[in-house]
Design a protein around this ligand. Structure first.
Ligand SMILES: Cc1ncc(COP(=O)(O)O)c(C=O)c1O
Length: 386
């Protein structure tokens, strides 16, 4: 009797069950009384009436979907306006939007390394070990040499790039999604310039949170608009929508249109998502205080949980990471918080390669002081013994 071709899935499931690593989906109601510290709606814009109305308007005007790759069906005025607006806001020459931040990262990493040159010398990708999965997957897809270097360590980047004869691309998150710590962007840019390398920064957690009026981590570091720096962003966190973008010199953006497979072979960003992101940018320009508020909420969450003795990383942006003693304890802790009215994120292996499980709290600008205090009290009260 031959084996069933999916028997291996049962075996893997049993192993994951034993290790506390099985993930399950649960229904999400449209309205919930939970205080949400699990999503990434940092600025409270995903349900902002002007943002949702802009999404509806865009869908009525342009349709529910983009109908195809923009290379096939064309670029709407909406997409063009969003790209101009994003580039201008963040301080870059040009931008190109994608159907997700994930797709934008795959595009940037693969298209900015390219295939080996005629002499066979390829590019080197130097990647921080704490980078987001989408950057890691971009590195896996890229036809380049790869060096994974210790976390937030410009000297390690410098050493890897100095040892490589051809061109190089250094790749880092601006704010790391697991621990919420910031990358040393200025030192990384310096290291890149010494070797003539380019710097690619995923600013998914910086846009709307860091820099003047939320213009992002690269703006804050004085690197926005530099001719050797490229940024990626997601539209799905601070901007409350869905989609992603690459920002950089105009010639890089033009290059992506002809060479980024996740642009060429993917349906364009849905008009509703483009309309919502454009409106969210307008709200952010009008109300820059959302940026200061979200950071104050993150600081206050951190202050309260550490005052109660919980091990948490000081937030550089809006993510507060609190250590849990084991994957099982983290899952139980997150469930207890939820039962008590607070939704928190739960990170455990293999999402965290260092094997340390955490609760991940994402601050939001639209939480009241009372909600922040009650959420922190719930997290402290339900904490497992460490
Ligand atoms: C650092 C980072 N980069 C990229 C992404 C992917 O963005 P998107 O959700 O828009 O695909 C995320 C989101 O989860 C992220 O946290």
């Amino acid at each position: 009797m031959p084996q069933h071709p999916f028997d291996w899935i049962d075996a893997q499931h049993q192993r994951q069950l034993a290790a506390g690593l099985v993930r399950t989906l649960r229904p999400r109601p449209a309205d919930s009384a939970l205080v949400d510290l699990a999503g990434n709606d940092y600025l409270g814009l995903t349900r902002h009436p002007e943002v949702t109305e802009a999404a509806a308007r865009a869908a009525r005007r342009w349709g529910a979907g983009a109908t195809g790759s923009r290379l096939v069906t064309g670029t709407t005025a909406l997409h063009a306006r969003l790209e101009e607006s994003l580039a201008e806001f963040c301080g870059f020459e040009a931008a190109l939007v994608f159907s997700s931040g994930y797709a934008a990262n795959l595009a940037a990493v693969t298209a900015l390394t390219g295939p080996p040159g005629p002499d066979g010398t390829g590019a080197l990708l130097v990647c921080d070990e704490g980078n987001h999965a989408s950057l890691i997957d971009g590195c896996r897809l890229a036809r380049a040499e790869k060096a994974v270097v210790p976390h937030a360590d410009p000297a390690a980047f410098r050493k890897a790039m100095a040892a490589h004869p051809g061109r190089a691309l250094a790749v880092t998150d601006s704010v790391f999604s697991v621990d919420g710590d910031a990358a040393p962007l200025r030192a990384l840019a310096e290291a890149c310039r010494e070797s003539g390398a380019a710097l690619l920064v995923d600013d998914a957690h910086g846009l709307g949170v860091l820099g003047e009026g939320g213009r992002g981590a690269l703006h804050a570091a004085g690197l926005a608009g530099a001719d050797d720096v490229v940024a990626t962003v997601t539209l799905s966190k601070s901007l409350g929508s869905q989609g992603g973008a690459v920002l950089g010199p105009a010639k890089v953006i033009t290059h992506l249109v002809s060479n980024a497979r996740t642009f060429i072979f993917d349906t364009g960003l849905a008009p509703a998502a483009a309309g919502a992101a454009l409106e969210a940018l307008a709200v952010l320009r009008r109300e820059p205080e959302r940026t200061t508020r979200v950071r104050a909420v993150a600081d206050e969450l951190h202050r309260r949980v550490t005052a109660a003795g919980l091990p948490a990383v000081r937030p550089d942006a809006a993510v507060v990471s609190v250590r849990a003693p084991s994957p099982e304890a983290a899952v139980r802790w997150a469930a207890d918080c939820r039962d008590a009215g607070v939704a928190v994120g739960c990170f455990r292996p293999p999402s965290v390669p260092d094997g340390i499980s955490r609760l991940r709290l994402t601050a939001r600008a639209d939480l009241s002081d009372g909600q922040v205090a009650r959420a922190a009290e719930t997290i402290v009260r339900t904490a497992p013994a460490c």
